[in-house]
Design a protein around this ligand. Structure first.
Ligand SMILES: Cc1ncc(COP(=O)(O)O)c(C=O)c1O
Length: 376
């Protein structure tokens, strides 16, 4: 179809949706007689906890427009969770709900007024939406892990992601503090995507950018994004929030009010219930812990090397003889689908990302195949 003369569709600025490239392998894996074991996309598969469904249902009669700012109960519950679980003192007034965190990642540069000529730094191996958000704003994405390599360039926004997708790497407080100091000296905003903060393994305790050990007690210039998708199995509800520098959050609120970026009232009620309760999150984490151990053991027995992976929902695995796409193909022959590491940056070409977001039944099916084939 012809495009209106002179118009450049936004899609011209965006890469091919990476997951489309995995489709042939998904089809191959699905032909396995015992069915597909999908360890590719990190989507929750366990039920939404009963008390969260009850909170959603109890708020079903919500005919009026909800507040973009969220209910006072939701903002208090978010601040309460951050203090209780992560030692972060957030002002409830500086909590702003978002429609899942992916939309905020994708629109943050635009909401902050960034555009052509503005540089946004994100990790070299990263969740692809940081790059997409910068492109949507027409700004310049720069993948860089070491900030000193950037030289005197003016940087407007720095994305950090600890625990990281895809590697599961956790940045210690001292490292995060250096990033914050670097950004403050240059007037750059730090946006910290903390959607796996509750999911540290083997005693690892990921730390928020808003923790006093990192930010010195001031949230100036900092934003932390939190998602309930993984912690509380709420990916289907689209439930997340941002907090940090009250002035920046006010700015985001002002734009989002104009733009109608509002979390539905029943979802706000479910989020309030989720953030007020830790029991369901601990139960879910225990399920993931068991699946992680099974999958990690199987991969290691078959000679795969696992790096980082100390938190989050993924094993970052490399086979000694195969690159990422060969590994994807080999595992697809066994009916197991994983994500090639180069989805997350050119440096990921030797790895695959193995999500442990499959049911116990599917993980058990993978174990049977491992015993028969050694997953080579
Ligand atoms: C690093 C990272 N950030 C953000 C998201 C988006 O999460 P959601 O939109 O479900 O809150 C994901 C989802 O997998 C992710 O891995």
């Amino acid at each position: 179809m012809a495009t209106t003369a002179g118009r450049r569709p936004v899609t011209d600025r965006l890469p091919t949706f990476p997951w489309d490239r995995l489709t042939p392998h998904k089809e191959a894996a699905a032909r396995h007689p015992d069915g597909l074991v999908d360890l590719s996309v990190g989507t929750p598969v366990d039920p939404v906890p009963e008390r969260l469904r009850a909170a959603l249902a109890a708020a079903a009669d919500s005919p009026g427009y909800p507040a973009t700012y969220g209910t006072p109960e939701l903002r208090a519950a978010a601040a309460g969770w951050l203090e209780r679980r992560h030692g972060v003192l957030a002002e409830p007034g500086a909590v702003l709900p978002s429609i899942g965190s992916k939309e905020l990642v994708a629109w943050l540069p635009t909401l902050l007024g960034l555009g052509p000529g503005d540089v946004v730094v994100h990790p070299e191996l990263a969740y692809p939406t940081y790059d997409i958000g910068v492109r949507l704003a027409g700004a310049t994405p720069v993948p860089a892990d070491g900030l000193s390599a950037l030289g005197p360039r003016r940087v407007r926004l720095v994305w950090i992601n600890s625990p990281a997708n895809p590697t599961g790497r956790v940045l210690p407080a001292a490292h995060l503090r250096k990033v914050v100091e670097w950004a403050r000296e240059r007037g750059a905003i730090v946006a910290s995507d903390e959607c796996y903060l509750d999911l540290g393994w083997d005693g690892v305790q990921p730390v928020s950018v808003l923790h006093p050990d990192v930010c010195g007690g001031s949230h100036e210039g900092l934003l932390a994004l939190h998602s309930l998708s993984k912690r509380s199995n709420l990916a289907g509800y689209r439930a997340a929030f941002v907090t940090g520098d009250p002035a920046l959050v006010r700015e985001l609120l002002a734009v989002r009010k104009h733009a109608g970026m509002i979390v539905p009232a029943p979802v706000q009620a479910a989020m309030t219930a989720a953030l007020s309760d830790d029991g369901h999150a601990e139960e879910q984490k225990e399920r993931y812990r068991r699946r992680r151990e099974l999958l990690r053991g199987a991969l290691e027995r078959a000679g795969w090397q696992i790096t980082h992976s100390e938190a989050g929902l993924y094993l970052w695995a490399a086979h000694p003889e195969h690159d990422a796409w060969d590994s994807v193909a080999q595992l697809a022959d066994l009916g197991i689908l994983v994500a090639p590491g180069d989805f997350y940056g050119a440096g990921g070409g030797g790895h695959v990302r193995v999500a442990f977001t499959a049911t116990d039944e599917r993980v058990a099916a993978a174990m049977v195949r491992e015993r028969r084939s050694c997953w080579s």
